[in-house]
Write a protein that binds this ligand. Structure first.
Ligand SMILES: Cc1cc2nc3c(=O)[nH]c(=O)nc-3n(C[C@H](O)[C@H](O)[C@H](O)COP(=O)(O)OP(=O)(O)OC[C@H]3O[C@@H](n4cnc5c(N)ncnc54)[C@H](O)[C@@H]3O)c2cc1C
Ligand code: FES
Ligand code: FES
Length: 1361
């Protein structure tokens, strides 16, 4: 069918106009009947819930089925089976029109704070599994749907249920831990099962410990983080019932054909096969939609329009399953979940030789999308999408599946072979034909089959290379009679390695065949070095490596079955093993509050995040949940498609003629200044004639609805004159000497002398990729003009209320006093909403001012990823001088960061990288220099760690090189160089109260490091194709804003006459629990229970001139300000307490009120004794340091480059924790974000600066399956910090770097793999350690057959920026 863009669709609409009345859509939401007379085929269930029904508990995180924030439960009655089917589904993809006669349950439907929480909601909240809470409703609903089907699930069921849910804050551990209490394995024992591990102590038996040690470990746990004994029991009989009215409606459904009409699209739902075929003849170009998981993406992101949609989901023939002599026949509309269930049952029932293909399909389904997608996506949809990276098509092709195609003219059966896909996303079906069903055949005796999928992330990810392989041997022999090898990801279609297969016919399954196969595959499965998708060397190597796995697997099966063939070498066997997840276990250790601390004193206790319950019920209000204002409009950005160009013309005529459009906004509409930027004003609010990155904001379209604004924005035509040079990468910037000024340097000692003194000198380099924040809630602003004196109120998801206020005021040309910024909570920030959030807020404010109407914009995920920048990529060059012992005596390091097209916070970020260039090591002679590369990318910005993680990773790289070059254990070299008390940093700060050594020693102990090291060595001796690696890495993180003036905070506390306290402070809540900690501080200071204290929001009209909530310092700064405000109030109340010592709080407050005492106070704090001068290298940049150490063990698959995180132990100094639950949450969440940074997350840019990775489909953050199988987090005991409130320490950023232990454990494993090929010594290993990098570094006979193309001889698809 031809895909239509908006311009083409108007004529086509006429096609659909004749004789078409629309039907009523009837469905139920949370037990309530909804009759929709104007169901729009383009509207998703999510939009309907949020905008039409006001059910904002269900969230929008990505609109592409990749994050699970929109998960709801869909229930359908199946009259023929007389049962109700409950499915978790993605509201963002489910078309509203597909819901006729279905029941939808949303998070609001299962419980509420005011009423009763559902156990699923209660447990995630109480187990501290909700931080920012934006993912929480989706996770709750995935769990709820699981429990509706399996009231006592297995842990594996829970892991499967969460494959389609992402969380960016928690690190997943607490969610799994909380929900483990529902499982068969861990039904709560009420504390009786301590020795065997009890959820009440969170302690579990840890491998590597004796029983006695385990008991001791458990006994150091002072108290649980929560008490499952408090949990409400799950009572399945209390669940809401399927609406009886729907059951009877469903029974009549069979004969009903439905039609729904929208502005541009007609939806037809035939009730019978005949009707479908008739409609397909009438509308040959109509698009069929079953799960909408492909078509939905095309319509939303590829700007395609399908004016007629046929929905065959309920046609019986397309849903039947038939067991035949040849195999099992599945109707094309059968969902992938159903496919899996039926095949699973067959593998149990049938002899294993018959079910080799079934097992292979099941293996592919295990890693196919998430459950929400598999629940709706159809087998036919996967085939007919004809994607070159389909996971099922290679299996179906290698297995020779038969497809039945049907049209009004008749039916034909075709074998799925290489002719079935004649081109990219094309099949041999004629326009009138539909796919009726698929036969998946049984295998025969002597036939062996396997399927493989390699993707960047294991769970819910699309393939890099995927494959189906089948071999049949001549009877009673190991001579190949038939061979089929099919690959996805190697061409524009699924392909067969035809030449290789025929070359191997008649050959014995043995080494000679293997060699032939590999050299033939290397020739046949080639890719152009510029091939779309990139990773060319890796993909080619994978075709060989996967075949090798198949080869060994078949060899092993043949040997096991007694064929005359040598068995697989013991050390090769692990190459044949399919990945199996081990359910994670964890321990958290923290210090209890001292004996005698009053019960109501909550400081130091694991108090639950104050909003957790509301977040779990969907009642917590985020910016876009604010109900629509009457008269409100929606804004969509218009952005540049060129990296460096002059704008020649902007044509808005088509856009302005489109339905609902009110106006367009460009630079000329800005009443104030178009200059903006957080520190220097080197950016524009809206481009002024020139663009300097793809994604540069040029203008905006404002319309009555989001859909109208978005459609019209795509119709704005801009012409450009491209300019040179286009600088995208750090290397480009170095070539063009394109740098922002100044170039920063920190040095101490005498470098020349240091190098002279050194026994050895080595040089090296490393690149570290950037990172997308991927806060689950994208940037959002609602701007409400007040109609007088230029006043405007903005509701913004920002970490910087004050910065937003001043930049909005500047753009509007009004004093800051006229602009109020209000921030209730954010769905995550991580630095991404510190400065870049203002680029949206200012545009929305300008539009609201122009129109004098409220304007809203919540960026779609792809827009957010395109325009807002992320963590700076870094490139480091180093020269290090060291002694034979490993002692480093001289270091020269040069950092280059990719700052993007504006300065933003890049200088401060580089400064922090330099402040952390030696990480935790004392180096007498050192010089670090930092260059900020000015490129044509969107400006990069703050991200948790703020340059520290980049600076320290490069430090650990040269440290590893030193150890490798000396052949010494890395941990020995690290320990030798570690700072000790009283030493001086390169920036002249003396280290006092250092706890690094304690963290190190404890970490080695907790992780059983020595036993673990011995275990790794044994493992590596015994395994050729899988290797383990181990690493222990310290961190020292400086706490304070390095810009002196930011180290201040304010607070405001009001006491009302009923004794309740309203508290405000300068910090914002983004999930980290800052408000909870501030309530704890106020509660202790005032000596009243925390329930009397409330924080509504952060606003610029209550606390002015606030610093951004950043630099981990918010608890320190705001905590001290809150303390100050409370002390002032307490002081004012003192006379009334003295006068009435037996009285209560309310009485003292009342007496003071009637005595005309001011019961409102503001508090203030500035960090004393701070300030550093780069020129003179004097002063103190940091108030104090946070220390931590982590040990990680991993296992890599040398053939595919995958790795699994086996173990991590973290010991971290957070002083006297204000709240151990929140602090552990920060440690685990930060650590997992670091795991993403260093091992998984990769932004891919074209050489022209176009960002490919614009959503969860292509950009992978860690998922549930990525957490270490065994995770111990220990807060260092007895380590009070006299520099912060109640002896606590900052915790937000320091733990992130500890994930470098995983990176260096991977490097350790790669080192072991390289040893097998005779390679030793330092080698360059860049971050992130993706499967591609791991595989390419594990050089072997297969990589040799696929050498990379000569750089410079081709234009790569993506460049390292
Ligand atoms: C988050 C996410 C993750 C994904 N992960 C994977 C993955 O891991 N592996 C993978 O292979 N794919 C993946 N996909 C792609 C997609 O889910 C699958 O291709 C799915 O099987 C499509 O099924 P559907 O019913 O949703 O298709 P729809 O979107 O409803 O339709 C897809 C196409 O099939 C056609 N079609 C459907 N039924 C028929 C029929 N009976 N006759 C003729 N044409 C028909 C439609 O016209 C349309 O062109 C993913 C998609 C998403 C959104
Ligand atoms: S919003 Fe639906 S999956 Fe992300
Ligand atoms: S709590 Fe999961 S994304 Fe924030």
């Amino acid at each position: 069918m031809s895909d239509l863009t908006y311009g083409e669709q108007t004529n086509r609409n006429k096609l659909t106009d004749h004789n078409m009345s629309a039907d009523e859509l009837v469905f139920f939401v949370n037990g309530k009947k909804i009759t929709e007379k104007h169901a729009d085929p383009e509207m998703t269930l999510l939009t309907y819930l949020r905008r039409k029904l006001g059910l904002t508990g269900t969230k929008l995180g990505c609109a592409e089925g990749g994050c699970g924030a929109c998960t709801v439960m869909l229930s359908k009655y199946q009259p023929h089976l007389r049962r109700v089917l409950h499915l978790s589904v993605n509201g963002c993809l489910a078309p509203l029109c597909s819901l006729h006669h279905c029941a939808v349950t949303t998070v609001e439907g299962i419980g509420s704070v005011a009423g009763k929480l559902h156990p699923v909601q209660e447990r995630i909240a109480k187990s501290h599994g909700s931080q920012c809470g934006f993912c929480t409703p989706g996770i709750v609903m995935s769990m709820y749907a699981l429990l509706r089907n399996h009231p006592t699930p297995r842990m594996a069921d829970i892991e499967e249920a969460f494959q389609g849910n992402l969380c960016r804050c928690t690190g997943y551990r607490p969610i799994l831990e909380g929900y483990k209490t529902f499982t068969k394995e861990r039904k709560c024992c009420g504390g009786k099962g301590k020795d065997n591990g009890c959820c009440m102590t969170n302690g579990v038996k840890t491998k590597g410990y004796t029983d006695e040690e385990n008991v001791n470990r458990t006994s150091v746990l002072p108290a649980p983080l929560y008490d499952p004994a408090d949990f409400l029991p799950l009572d399945p009989t209390q669940e809401i019932i399927f609406p009886p009215e729907l059951m009877s409606l469903c029974k009549d459904q069979s004969s009903q054909q439905l039609r729904f009409r929208g502005e541009r699209v007609l939806w037809l739902q035939p009730a019978s096969l005949d009707q479908l075929l008739e409609l397909k003849t009438q509308y040959p170009n109509a698009k069929m939609v079953v799960g909408n998981t492909e078509v939905g993406i095309e319509m939303k992101f590829k700007n395609l329009l399908y004016p007629v949609i046929l929905a065959p989901a309920y046609i019986p023939e397309l849903n039947t399953i038939q067991h035949t002599d040849e195999g099992i026949v599945f109707g094309a509309s059968c969902s992938l979940t159903l496919l899996g269930d039926v095949l699973k049952a067959a593998t149990v029932k049938l002899p294993s030789y018959q079910t080799e293909v079934f097992t292979a399909v099941l293996e592919q389904l295990r890693w196919f999308a998430g459950l929400q997608i598999r629940n709706v996506a159809a087998i036919g949809g996967n085939i007919m999408t004809a994607s070159p990276i389909s996971d099922l098509n290679p299996v179906f092709m290698a297995a020779g599946c038969k497809l039945t195609l049907m049209s009004k003219g008749g039916e034909r059966v075709v074998v799925m072979d290489r002719k079935f896909f004649p081109g990219y996303r094309r099949t041999i079906l004629t326009p009138e034909e539909v796919l009726l069903c698929v036969l998946i055949p049984y295998t025969k005796k002597g036939q062996y089959f396997a399927a493989y999928k390699q993707s960047p992330r294991r769970e819910d990810d699309i393939s890099i290379v995927t494959s189906g392989m089948s071999v049949t041997f001549a009877e009673g022999s190991t001579v190949v009679k038939h061979l089929a090898l099919s690959y996805g990801g190697m061409a524009a279609t699924t392909v067969m390695a035809k030449n290789t297969a025929s070359r191997l016919l008649g050959k014995q399954w043995g080494e000679e065949l293997l060699q032939d196969a590999c050299s033939s595959l290397a020739e046949e499965m080639t890719l152009h070095p510029s091939a779309p998708g990139g990773m060319v060397t890796y993909r080619r190597t994978l075709t060989l490596s996967l075949f090798y796995k198949f080869y060994l697997t078949v060899q092993q099966k043949l040997a096991n079955e007694g064929a005359y063939i040598e068995g697989v070498r013991a050390d090769y066997v692990s190459a044949t093993e399919m990945y199996h997840q081990t359910s994670p276990s964890s321990v958290q250790i923290f210090q209890a509050v001292p004996d005698g601390q009053k019960e109501e004193d909550v400081v130091g206790r694991p108090m639950m995040h104050l909003s957790a319950m509301k977040q779990a019920t969907g009642e917590a209000v985020y910016c876009d949940d604010i109900p629509l204002y009457e008269n409100e409009l929606y804004l969509c950005l218009v952005t540049s498609t060129k990296a460096h160009a002059r704008i020649q013309s902007i044509d808005t005529s088509e856009a302005e003629s489109m339905p609902g459009v009110v106006t367009c906004v460009f630079a000329k509409d800005i009443p104030g200044s178009n200059k903006t930027g957080p520190i220097v004003y080197d950016e524009t609010v809206l481009a002024d004639g020139k663009v300097t990155c793809v994604g540069h904001i040029i203008g905006a379209v404002v319309a009555d609805t989001q859909a109208h604004a978005q459609r019209a924005a795509k119709a704005v035509r801009i012409t450009y004159q491209e300019l040179q040079p286009v600088i995208i990468t750090i290397q480009d910037a170095i070539t063009h000497q394109s740098f922002f000024q100044p170039v920063r340097t920190i040095q101490s000692g005498d470098l020349d002398q240091g190098f002279t003194q050194a026994d050895h000198i080595l040089e090296g380099e490393m690149h570290m990729g950037g990172q997308e924040h991927f806060y689950l809630e994208t940037n959002v602003t609602v701007a409400v003009p007040k109609g007088e004196d230029g006043e405007m109120e903005l509701f913004v998801s920002t970490q910087s209320a004050t910065k937003t206020q001043s930049l909005v005021a500047k753009a509007l040309g009004v004093p800051a006093s006229r602009v109020v910024i209000r921030v209730k909570r954010m769905g995550g920030g991580f630095g991404g909403k510190e400065s870049r959030s203002t680029i949206l807020s200012t545009v929305v404010a300008v539009a609201a001012q122009k129109l004098k109407r409220p304007v809203r914009c919540m960026l779609d995920r792809d827009e957010d990823m395109l325009v807002t920048g992320g963590r700076h990529p870094f490139y480091g060059r180093y020269k290090v001088g060291f002694m034979k012992s490993g002692k480093v005596v001289a270091l020269e390091v040069t950092y280059y960061s990719n700052a993007g097209n504006s300065m933003d916070l890049s200088l401060s970020i580089m400064e922090r990288a330099l402040f952390h260039m030696e990480n935790s090591y004392s180096i007498a002679n050192i010089r670090g220099r930092g260059y900020l590369c000015k490129t044509h990318l969107p400006s990069n910005t703050a991200f948790r760690g703020f340059g520290g993680p980049q600076g320290m990773l490069i430090a650990e790289s040269w440290m590893t090189d030193v150890a490798l070059s000396l052949g010494l254990p890395a941990e020995q070299v690290r320990r030798l160089n570690m700072y000790i008390q009283g030493e001086r940093t390169p920036y002249s700060q003396i280290l006092d109260h250092i706890t690094l050594d304690r963290c190190w020693d404890q970490c080695l102990e907790v992780s059983s490091f020595n036993q673990r090291r011995a275990g790794v060595e044994t493992y590596n001796r015994d395994h050729r194709w899988t290797k383990r690696g181990l690493s222990v890495v310290p961190t020292k993180f400086g706490i304070s804003f390095t810009a002196l003036f930011l180290n201040q905070a304010g607070a405001l506390a009001h006491i009302y006459t009923d004794g309740s306290v309203l508290l405000t402070h300068g910090g914002t809540e983004m999930g980290q629990g800052l408000h909870t900690k501030m309530v704890q501080v106020a509660s202790r200071t005032l000596g009243i229970p925390s329930c009397k204290i409330h924080i509504t929001e952060t606003s610029t009209n209550t606390v002015p001139n606030t610093s951004p909530t950043a630099a981990s310092a918010s608890s320190d700064l705001n905590g001290a300000a809150v303390h100050n405000a409370c002390e002032i109030l307490l002081h004012r109340l003192e006379p009334y307490k003295t006068k009435n010592p037996k009285g209560c709080w309310e009485e003292w407050v009342n007496s003071a009120y009637f005595d005309r005492v001011n019961l409102s106070a503001n508090g203030f704090y500035k960090t004393p004794d701070l300030g550093y001068d780069f020129e003179t290298n004097t002063g103190r940049p940091f108030n104090y340091f946070s220390y931590g150490v982590a040990c990680s063990e991993v296992e890599i698959d040398c053939l595919t480059g995958s790795h699994k995180n086996i173990h991590t132990s973290i010991v971290i100094d957070v002083g006297n924790s204000l709240n151990p639950a929140l602090d552990i949450g920060q440690v685990e969440g930060g650590f997992m974000q670091g795991v993403g940074l260093y091992t998984l997350e990769e932004l891919k840019y074209s050489p022209e600066g176009y960002l490919f990775t614009r959503g969860p489909g292509m950009y992978k953050i860690p998922s549930f399956g990525d957490i270490p199988t065994d995770l111990t987090v220990s807060l260092l005991r007895d380590a009070p910090n006299d520099k912060a409130i109640f002896s606590s320490k900052a915790v937000g950023e320091p733990p992130l770097f500890l994930a470098a232990s995983v990176f260096f454990a991977i490097k350790d494993a790669v080192t072991a793999a390289r040893k097998e090929s005779g390679l030793s010594g330092p080698f360059r290993f860049d971050s992130p350690a993706t499967p591609e990098r791991i595989r390419n570094a594990c050089e072997d006979r297969f990589t040799k057959l696929c050498p990379p193309a000569e750089p410079g001889t081709f234009t790569p698809w993506a460049v390292v920026v």
